[in-house]
Design a protein around this ligand. Sequence first.
Ligand SMILES: [Zn+2]
Length: 452
Amino acid sequence: MIVRADWVLPITQQPIEQGEVVVQNGVIVDVRRRSGTRGSADVLDFGEAIILPGLVNAHTHLELTVLRGAVEDTPFFEWIRRLVDLKAALTESEWRDSALWGALEAAASGTTTVADTTDSGAAVYALTQVGLRGRVYQEVFAVSPEQTVAKTLDELENKLQQLHRATQGTAVQVGVAPHTLYTVRLEVMAALREYTRRKGYPVCIHAAESSDEIALLQEGKGKFAQMYAQREMRWEVHGKHPVDILHEQNWLDANTLLVHAVQTEPRHTELFAATHTAVAHCPQSNAKLTNGIAPLGEWLERGVRVGLGTDSVVSNNTLDMFAEMRSMVLLQRAVRGVDCGVTTRRAVETATAGGAHALGMAEQIGTLEPGKQADLCVVALDNVHCFPAYDPYAALVFSARASDVLMTMVAGKIVYQRGEYPQLREPVQRLRERLRYTVRRIRERLAQDETG
Ligand SMILES: [Zn+2]
């Protein structure tokens, strides 16, 4: 099969005008200027469009998709409190439908690999139904003392076994996500470190996201501290920054992905670089939840492995990686000016090869090169808001939107094309109807909260 367009962005080399990607058995065998091969069943010619590596969403929570827009205009602490409350209302099958809707959105917006953090495990179902590649990190919480080390590890082991069964023979890998240092007690964190090392699991941890988190861990103050006190739960204060605690517990290594890391200091950048720790950068979520702007420019300068993530749609509110790239560039330029070094090319690299590196998948995906998996997407340039396009990187970052994606391919298989999902086994409309029912229930609950 040959996929052809006005532009091909291999990422490893300069954009190719009038280019094409040759795919055989799910693998890229050539990336070149267009050949003489005439249009046939095996040639997909998209004309005025860009072919680029499939986007890698380095952090999201697909299962929360049905809660898009349900918690708005609140600062971080209130946001997370209300989110936890709404999560309790959903059933197992609703989690699955919600995650599946998120996977549809990801595929339709050019994303081929999703690194997801899941409580319910529904992301595995969602990604495999749509045919996406991914890494699903099983979330672990251990706030109350009843959630002992033994109980936590036992429950985790059960959930991981289920995830392994569900991912067999698919392009989805399994990892572990101790949620945060304010929702997993330190003794449980230590046991999880030992467990994930011994079993070789990749790890994902939300760290240094909000100032409330820092206040709790460093000084035992702030909103989290007040909440735990109200519930008469003792939270051990370590007097240290979360990244320093993680470092002490030996979490910082090439197998660990830290999410957010907004509230970090220059010495932490050095630490990430020295330990090869990866970071999932979520600029829109960080801004929307009033958590600030991460030192992305410094990370990139120091060679820290950085992937770009949308976070869940409760804090974004879409999985549009084009919007995320734009915010990534604009926010850095707004605060760091001309020296920020965050170019449009850098943004596209971060959303593709950067994510692949951050997840340890760079040998298979992230660029268009012979030998790599045929994970790619095609973005139209002929819509009114994209014409004219002098530079393909600028067009992708500053003009394009998710809805400009014409086709998304994973391992040579089309997972999305012009509104259709060829791998999906049920009509999208049926899924939408089920979700409408869930939305009605959530609205009722929200109305009760307001009156009660
Ligand atoms: Zn998150």
